[in-house]
Structures are given as structure tokens and as C-alpha cells.
Ligand binder design. Structure first.
Ligand code: SF4
Ligand code: SF4
Length: 272
């Protein structure tokens, strides 16, 4: 044993002392250091053998060949418009309660949740003369910049009153950059039958919690009388609706967008 060759270390004492001396290191494969000669690549994937190796190209083309005989899914947009799925995230809408009051309370949670900084909100106080939403505050300024919006839906998840939801409308392209900043009047839901346009008082004897719980199912006679006294020409008053007064105009952006959509629709068949 005394004549057995021992590994040589550059220093006087090998690392690990006697233990290292008893168990010499195994040789380690080294990468090529020659200029212009890269190290050889070896895949760790198991290689097919025999019949498997013969059928491997056919298996790869099998996916392609199986799709040859399936129905094509090409859509002829914009000549033919296919309705999106019901839960598709399209442009936003600011909703109302059954009596017409706005659900938005101007809390700005949607703006804080937005990863693209696409929402701008300014709140203001409701007053007895100008009540736009149940409770203390309402959204006086509400803008969504569709040049920034990625339609991710985080804003509607953050909204505590379900004021903000998303529609199925995906045709948001426009000819101007300014036109893609939608204002509150563009985003507000249109008045449904029986709703009174804002401002007007809350239903007598209710609180904002009653509205959140769905206890308000429509405008009352007192609310209609209040609107008739302060805005006798309001087109949402039942007496004016019965007289055939045209509905209140919506925002300029919404009108421009509707014109663009209508123009595009004339190019072909609309399935929506
Ligand atoms: S959908 Fe997403 S990107 Fe668009 S406004 Fe809402 S949070 Fe912002
Ligand atoms: S839309 Fe909802 S989250 Fe945004 S300000 Fe209005 S109430 Fe708050």
C-alpha cells in the first residue's frame, strides 16, 4: 500500500485532509475549450426505437392531417359579425338602480384596481337638490381611456356596488384618439322603461343599504312629482313618454361610436 500512487494537490494540504486522500475525486467531463468547436448537445429525451422511430414523422403530421377534415373556423369579420360569448369582456357600462339613480358612488376603487391607469374618477357630494346616487357621494367625472384599457375586468371586480360592469360590445376602434376617452354620459346605462333620469331624491324612507339590497323596484309617485316640479320637460317623465317626447340624448362619444358601428354594418351582413 505504501507504493500506491496518491492524488497530487497543488497545496501542501488537500481539502478534506485524510478523507480526501482516501477517496480521490472522480474525473469530471469537461466542455470543449477549443475555439470554434462547441460542446456536443445530447438530448435527455428518450429516443424512440424500432417501429416507434419509423412512425414518429407520421405522428407529428397526424395533428395536421386530422384538422384537414374539420369545419373551418375562419370568421368573415366585419362583413359577418359573430356574437361573442355571454361573459366576454367588452366596453364598460355604469349601471342604474330601478328608479334611475346611478349605482356609482365615486369611491375610485375601480381606478385604483386598474393596472393600465385607464380610469379617472372625481366624486362629489349629493345634495337634496342634486341627488344622483343613493348615499352621500356620486361620481361627478368618470372617464375610461380605451387607448389604455386592456379589458382585463379588474375594475369591475373592485366595484363595491356593481355600478361598473362590462358589455359584449367589442367594436371600440375610432378615428381619433380623443374619441376613445369615454366620458360618464357615454358609459351610463340608458334609462329603461319606468326609470327617471337623475338628479332626483331617493325613494322616501329608504337608505343606501335598501338600494344595495334590491329593495327599490322602481320610481315612486313622490319622485315623479319632484322631477315634474323641477324639470317639467324631462323626457323620462311618464307624461312626456306618453306624449312621444324623444329620449334624452346620450354622450357625443357614444353617438360617434354608434355612427361608426352603423357605417361598418352597412358594409355587409350583421348577425348580432
Ligand atoms: S378592464 Fe382592466 S385595463 Fe380596462 S379599465 Fe378595467 S381594470 Fe383598467
Ligand atoms: S364604478 Fe364602482 S368602483 Fe368605480 S368609482 Fe364608481 S362605485 Fe367606485
Amino acid at each position: 500500500m505504501a507504493d500506491e500512487p496518491q492524488p497530487q494537490w497543488p497545496g501542501s494540504t488537500p481539502p478534506g485532509g485524510d478523507v480526501a486522500r482516501q477517496a480521490p475525486a472522480k474525473p469530471v467531463a469537461r466542455r470543449s475549450t477549443e475555439v470554434g468547436k462547441p460542446a456536443e448537445f445530447r438530448s435527455r429525451m428518450p429516443r424512440p426505437s424500432g417501429v416507434g422511430e419509423l412512425l414518429a414523422p407520421a405522428a407529428g403530421f397526424g395533428v395536421t392531417l386530422s384538422n384537414f377534415f374539420k369545419k373551418t373556423v375562419t370568421e368573415e369579420y366585419p362583413t359577418e359579425k359573430v356574437p361573442p360569448k355571454p361573459r366576454f369582456h367588452g366596453r364598460h357600462q355604469l349601471n342604474r338602480y330601478a328608479d334611475g339613480l346611478e349605482k356609482c358612488i365615486g369611491c375610485e376603487l375601480c381606478a385604483w384596481a386598474c393596472p393600465a391607469d385607464a380610469i379617472y374618477v372625481e366624486a362629489d357630494d349629493n345634495t337634496p337638490e342634486e341627488q344622483y346616487s343613493p348615499g352621500e357621494r356620486y361620481g361627478r367625472v368618470y372617464q375610461i381611456n380605451y387607448l389604455r384599457c386592456i379589458l382585463c375586468g379588474l375594475c369591475i371586480e373592485a366595484c363595491p356596488t356593481r355600478a361598473l360592469t362590462m358589455t359584449n360590445d367589442y367594436e371600440l376602434a375610432g378615428p381619433t384618439r380623443a374619441g376613445l376617452i369615454w366620458e360618464k354620459q357615454d358609459l351610463l346605462a340608458p334609462l329603461r322603461d319606468g326609470m327617471l333620469s337623475t338628479p332626483h331624491p331617493m325613494v322616501e324612507g329608504t337608505t343606501d343599504k335598501d338600494y344595495y339590497r334590491g329593495a327599490v323596484t322602481g320610481p315612486t309617485r313622490e319622485q315623479e312629482e319632484w322631477v315634474a316640479e323641477h324639470r317639467p320637460d324631462d323626457p323620462s317623465l311618464p307624461v312626456n313618454v306618453a306624449a312621444g317626447m324623444p329620449p334624452a340624448p346620450r354622450g357625443a362619444t357614444a353617438q360617434a361610436q354608434a355612427a361608426i358601428t352603423a357605417g361598418a354594418t352597412k358594409q355587409g351582413r350583421r348577425v348580432l
